[in-house]
Design a protein around this ligand. Sequence first.
Ligand code: F6R
Length: 241
Amino acid sequence: MKLFIVENYDEMTKLTYDIIEKVVKSKENPVISMTTGGTPEGLFEMMVNEDNKDNLDLSNTVVMNLDEYIGPKDAPYSVNRYMNERLYNKLKKQPKEKLLINGDPDKIEESIEEYKKLLDQNKRDIQILGLGTNGHIGANEPGTKFDSSIFLAHHEDSTIESTMKQYNIERSEAPDKMITLGFKEILEAEQVILMASGKSKAEAISKTIKGEITEEVPASYLKDKDNVIIIIDQEAASLLF
Ligand code: F6R
């Protein structure tokens, strides 16, 4: 694992963007897999700006996702909607393919099988991750086995609360399940980039980096892996030293 501690959110975003840009510009058929939530908002904004200025061309790139909530495709919290609103609808040039997970509650098993096939057909160059305040990655919540493989996950309360906050919705409207890549698929990407910013992530970062590797802190599983890059800002790093 490589650890980069940068000044602030914008620098975390820029460093992550630069890695994506390099892959998109240097590979013939790049595959990048994104996460959603608050952490990558600046990253999507930067990708859109660079596309609009003709500096980034995703037309040779397959874009995938880490997870999808179980619920309607157009629900305020859906990854599908997030990707359309923050990226796809704003791009001048669309990616070669946009491979989203189907969160239809009646098709969970089929969706998992379908996405497994897509993952097999599209070897990811980059997997972007955010970090839950409880140390989760994707929806691999504390207690998830380290051999997890794309599955239907149930959220912890802290995760449901952050979804409510992020999308300004009531608990009754908030999703409590999602299909998520497991540790297996996450680590199959050539480069795995975990981003974390702000004081609310400091404890999870400290447990991840200074603590033992334990299923109670899912992100801790990443730290002895050669293909993992952790990019955090000063606030997220504030409990490390
Ligand atoms: C979202 C996801 C989650 C988030 C994590 C951090 O697709 O997979 O694991 O990355 O909950 O969320 P934010 O960035 O909103 O703090």
